[in-house]
Design a protein. Structure first.
Length: 179
C-alpha cells in the first residue's frame, strides 16, 4: 500500500516512539519524556520516522496515524512546540472523539495556556477509572500549588494503577508533595 498515507503514518509513529525506547527506563524506573536522556534516543530512527511521515503528509494524509506520528515527531524537538502539539491533538480529538486523546490535548493546552486551562479540560472528561486522568490531574494541581487536592488525585491514580514502574513514579510524586 505505497500510496496509503495511514500506512506511512503508522510506520512513522512506530519508528518515532521506538526511537526513545532506551531512554524510557532508568534502573527499572519510568522516566517521563521531559526527563529522558536525549543522547539515548536513536537519531537515525527519528530521521527515518520523519521521512516516512513526510511521505504520508505528501499523500495528503490527515488520518489518526498521520496525526499521531506528527505529534510524536514534534515531541522529538527541543524545545517542543506545544501550541502545534495542542492543535494536532485537537484535530485528532475531532477525528476520533476519544476522551483519552482529549486528556493528552489537556496536557499540551496546559503547557501553552497554563495549568488551569488544562485542568478545565481534564475535569470535563468521563474517565473516572483511568489512572492517567488522575495522575495528570495531580500534576496540574501540584503546579497550581493545590497540594491537598494533588495528593488526593495521585492517591486515586495509585489505587487504579497496575504497572509497578508507574506505581513507583506515582509514589515518588506523592512523596515530593510531602517535602
Amino acid at each position: 500500500m505505497p500510496d496509503e498515507p495511514e500506512v506511512h503514518g503508522l510506520l512513522a509513529m512506530m519508528l518515532l516512539h521506538d526511537a526513545r525506547r532506551d531512554a524510557r527506563f532508568r534502573d527499572g524506573d519510568l522516566v517521563l519524556l521531559a526527563d529522558q536522556d536525549r543522547s539515548l534516543w536513536n537519531e537515525a530512527q527519528i530521521a527515518e520516522g520523519r521521512a516516512v511521515l513526510a511521505r504520508g503528509l505528501a499523500l495528503r494524509g490527515r488520518g489518526p496515524y498521520v496525526l499521531q506520528a506528527a505529534i510524536a515527531s514534534l515531541h522529538a524537538d527541543e524545545p517542543r512546540d506545544w501550541g502545534q502539539i495542542a492543535g494536532l491533538y485537537g484535530e485528532l480529538a475531532r477525528l476520533t472523539a476519544s476522551p483519552v486523546v482529549e486528556l493528552n490535548r489537556a496536557v499540551a493546552v496546559a503547557e501553552v495556556e497554563g495549568s488551569e486551562a488544562g485542568l478545565a479540560i481534564v475535569d470535563g472528561l468521563a474517565l473516572a477509572d483511568f489512572h492517567y486522568l488522575h495522575s495528570t490531574r495531580g500534576e496540574l494541581l501540584r503546579r497550581l500549588g493545590r497540594t491537598e487536592e494533588a495528593r488526593d488525585a495521585y492517591g486515586r491514580a495509585l489505587a487504579l494503577v497496575h504497572d509497578d514502574a508507574e506505581r513507583r513514579l506515582l509514589e515518588r510524586r506523592l512523596a515530593e508533595l510531602e517535602d
